[in-house]
Design a protein around this ligand. Structure first.
Ligand code: NAD
Length: 294
């Protein structure tokens, strides 16, 4: 299988590494040419795409990019570049594993279908640690027959591959998952701050939360590891989480369902993103609340 892989960031790099290890021939690219060159140098069987036409004979093209803007720029072109779509061979499959916007993914699927190309939205959950281990949870939108063709490739990077519905369903599920995750994170951070002001030991609090009904992904996998430790290096940026919340809220709006808690949560993440600035890890929400002056 010849696989094009575009976007070698915190998630893309370990995922592409596993695909190369599984013996797939890879054509890689990234906005940061040095990153792509370094990856290819470290992996026999991987080459850097010098130009878009180097993807022309790929059976599958995987995108692992920040958002729908980047995905569309790569596939459909921008600034005078035509993008990959006119160059890909008929029957090739584009799999967008980024956390993109479901409505735009639906439109993209149709555009690709008109060009005899197949499409799956297959975003992931689990963070950098599970990307490295190849144990991501993958939620897929698109045709079951296309998924069946691509499942062995997806299983190389994921532990679970779940077909959640037609095109866009994977991206919708991912945004809603991250809404629940982001709300849980803020609740945990608030509780830890209040508890400490009251005189509770935060280490004890985390232990009790994890053996009680307040347990969630933040209490289990982030509070000690990245917040109380002061490490703040989970590998998932605060800006990307804020982007995901915007997608979830847009989804609510598109189906006409009010999300009052979502409004609050989104505002908190956007405010924190503004204060902490570019490059902040999403676990720095803890530090943001610690230093917040109301
Ligand atoms: P990242 O910022 O670390 O990596 C994105 C990569 O894409 C960068 O290397 C960047 O140079 C490259 N890029 C950007 N625009 C490009 C373009 N037009 N052409 C080519 N390359 C381009 O992001 P990440 O953390 O790897 O996240 C990637 C996607 O996965 C996002 O949609 C994110 O929301 C999602 N995600 C991230 C995590 C996580 O823990 N980091 C977990 C699940 C899902």
């Amino acid at each position: 299988m010849k696989i094009g892989f575009i976007g070698l960031g915190m998630m893309g790099q370990p995922m592409a590494h596993l695909l190369a290890q599984a013996g797939h021939a890879l054509v890689v690219s990234d906005l940061d040419a040095e990153t792509a060159a370094r990856f290819a140098a470290a992996h026999a069987g991987a080459i850097v795409a010098a130009e878009d036409k180097d993807f022309a004979d790929a059976d599958i093209v995987i995108t692992m990019l920040p958002d729908s803007n980047a995905v569309e720029a790569v596939l459909l072109g921008n600034g005078g570049r035509p993008g990959l779509v006119p160059l890909l061979k008929a029957g090739a499959t584009v799999i967008d594993m980024s956390s993109s916007e479901p409505m735009r993914s639906r439109t993209l699927a149709q555009t690709l279908r008109d060009k005899d190309l197949q499409y799956l939205d297959a975003p992931v959950s689990g963070g950098v640690k599970r990307a490295v281990n190849g144990t991501l949870a993958i939620m897929v939108g698109g045709d079951a027959t296309v998924l069946a063709q691509c499942e062995p490739v997806l299983k190389t990077v994921g532990q679970s591959v779940t077909h959640v519905g037609p095109h866009g369903a994977g991206h919708a599920m991912k945004a809603l998952n991250n809404y629940v995750s982001a709300a849980g994170l803020v609740a945990t951070v608030e509780a830890l701050q209040v508890g400490q002001k009251f005189g509770l030991d935060p280490e004890v609090m985390v232990s009790i939360l994890n053996s009680s009904t307040g347990k969630n992904n933040t209490t289990e996998n982030k509070a000690r590891q990245f917040m109380l430790s002061g490490a703040y290096n989970s590998g998932f940026s605060l800006a990307l989480m804020a982007k995901d919340l915007g997608i979830a809220m847009g989804l609510g709006e598109s189906v006409g369902f009010d999300m009052p808690l979502g409004d609050e949560v989104l505002q908190i993440w956007r405010d924190a993103n503004e204060v902490l600035g570019k490059g902040a890890d999403h676990t720095e929400m803890y530090r943001y609340f610690q230093n917040r002056k109301d």
